[in-house]
Design a protein around this ligand. Structure first.
Ligand SMILES: Nc1nc2c(ncn2[C@@H]2O[C@H](COP(=O)(O)OP(=O)(O)OP(=O)(O)O)[C@@H](O)[C@H]2O)c(=O)[nH]1
Ligand SMILES: [Mg+2]
Length: 327
């Protein structure tokens, strides 16, 4: 990976087309990036989007109405003449095939719109890990000229939290019945949410849910001058989603003004650097172990408990570092 420079003429042409905004080329490149192999690396190596797109994450428990919200938000963004990219990242659902079909129905009106690109990703067992792959797809969408990128993830596990590191504005969607969810909500979720939504507000308990979230937020030290709004929506009936859209944009504008957006982007780039470097080092390690009997010997000593993993890592690293000269 570290030494490879080759890119097939075909893929290079795809990149050119994608940069011109060609949707088919974008779709094909996303497939390549999802593969997480040498070619994916070569593609991502050549993409360095300007960072002008507003990336919005929508996360929350299964069935909260995230896709319905995303569909409605897309309409508002299109009214603003923004080009929209949608990434539905579904790491675990065994029914993802069905979910994709359901989302197709929910987002039907946008499938025919050339200004909208919709992508569902089922990434169980993805080698590079979900967050890195989603991040690559977001970058492709941005490079292809999307202005507003919506990323939907299900659930509130560590993986979803990590995905949310790749976006600028995080919307956490809950439903009135999710009282237990709020109780069980980890501090992490409170910290990542820039906006809370209580969707399905046509059902009972929405108001008290809004109050409960607000009072929990009061316990958290504010991290910036942004006061996290808690909104009630009915995505199905398109009630309250206009306000949500306005708050999402307001958050982004504020972050751009106070410099926190630039900080967030810089952090994302540092994370990306670390991820790529880790991959490279591990690959180099695997290659070296396969060819250098000294390394195999250290590993066997470590396996026997004669060498601590720390000592083994240090020795192995110094051998690899001696061998590898930077390009
Ligand atoms: N009553 C009511 N139902 C809604 C509302 N918004 C969405 N729904 C319904 O809730 C169900 C789930 O909606 P989705 O948008 O698929 O929810 P989701 O969070 O994307 O679901 P997963 O991606 O499977 O986790 C659908 O049947 C929607 O029609 C609402 O405001 N009120
Ligand atoms: Mg969904």
């Amino acid at each position: 990976m570290a030494n490879g420079n080759s890119l097939s003429r075909q893929t290079a042409a795809l990149i050119d087309d994608m940069l011109q905004g060609n949707g088919r080329a974008l779709a094909k490149l996303i497939t390549i990036v999802e593969e997480d192999n040498e070619e994916s690396y070569q593609v991502l190596r050549r993409i360095n989007p300007s960072g002008k797109a507003h990336r919005v994450g929508v996360t929350g428990p299964p069935g909260a109405g995230k896709s319905t919200l995303v569909n409605r938000l897309t309409s508002f963004a299109r009214q603003d003449e923004l080009r929209v990219g949608i990434v539905c990242a579904d790491p675990s659902s065994p029914f993802s095939g069905g979910a994709v079909l359901g989302d197709r129905v929910r987002m039907q009106q946008h499938y025919m719109d050339e200004g909208v690109h919709i992508r569902s990703m089922s990434l169980r067992g993805s080698l590079g890990g979900l967050p890195a792959t989603v991040h690559g797809v977001i970058k492709l969408m941005e490079a292809s000229g999307k202005d507003f990128i919506l990323v939907e993830t299900v659930g509130v596990g560590q993986m979803e939290l990590d995905v949310m590191d790749s976006v600028d504005t995080v919307v956490v969607a809950l439903v009135p019945e999710a009282g237990d969810d709020v109780q069980a909500m980890k501090a992490g979720l409170m910290e990542i949410a820039d906006i809370f939504v209580v969707n399905k507000a046509d059902r009972q308990g929405a108001d008290s849910m809004v109050v409960a979230i607000k009072s929990m937020l009061n316990l958290v030290m504010p991290q910036s001058n942004w006061k996290v709004p808690v909104l009630a929506t009915q995505a199905e009936n398109n009630i309250g989603v206009g306000e949500l859209y306005q708050e999402i944009r307001r958050h982004w504008n504020l972050c751009a003004e106070d410099g926190s957006l630039a900080e967030r982007r810089a952090k994302q780039r540092r994370n990306e650097l670390t991820t790529v470097l880790q991959k490279m080092v591990v690959q180099e390690f695997m290659r070296a172990v396969a060819t250098d009997p000294r390394l195999a010997e250290y590993i066997s000593q470590m396996n026997d408990g004669k060498l601590s993993p720390y000592a083994a890592a240090e020795t192995i690293y110094s051998i690899i570092a001696q061998q590898g000269e930077p390009e």
